[in-house]
Design a protein around this ligand. Sequence first.
Ligand code: SAM
Length: 180
Amino acid sequence: VKASPKVYVLRWGHRARDFRLTTHVALVSRALGASGLYLADVADQNLKKTVEKVVEEWGGRFELQMAVPWMRVIQEWKSRGVIVHLTMYGENMGNSDVVERIKKTGRDVLLIVGSRKVPSAFYTLSDFNVAVGNQPHSEVAAIALFLDRFFEGRELSTEFEDAKRKIIPSAKGKRVQKAS
Ligand code: SAM
């Protein structure tokens, strides 16, 4: 049986003052089914600590690579899978079949998001430029909506392996099961 395609996120343009936003990029990527995050060009030890702590407690596998030159990641992914750049200027996934075309390739996906104006190479080197609506908003929202379409909602009920904590969903209050 062929394994289902994996998604890795390339976060470009992180600055120390973006710490919370990049942390949300990482946590949303992990929670909604991505397998890892590349942080382009810079390292951030606080981000690493936060991500490792979440994985340790809540389980699953999530790769974090930091200070990787973005061009190298893109070059590597040219043969490894398809490159999808999330941009408000792209083909709108709301009124086109762009996500279907990406899924049809059956290949792993490198999902690129920016922070401010991105290098123009992102538009030309990517196999797909995808807009989550053609209005400006946020990389976190764009990742979330793309992953939900890509994984067709299944990602919301994924069980994470080796979790120390697991939430027992309840209509009221907080129920958490702890691994013994
Ligand atoms: N002003 C920037 C520009 O010209 O590209 C946009 C910055 S936006 C705050 C940061 C990132 O969020 C973008 O690089 C893109 O990856 C993502 N983003 C924002 N709106 C989007 C949309 N409508 N569709 C897809 N991605 C979007």
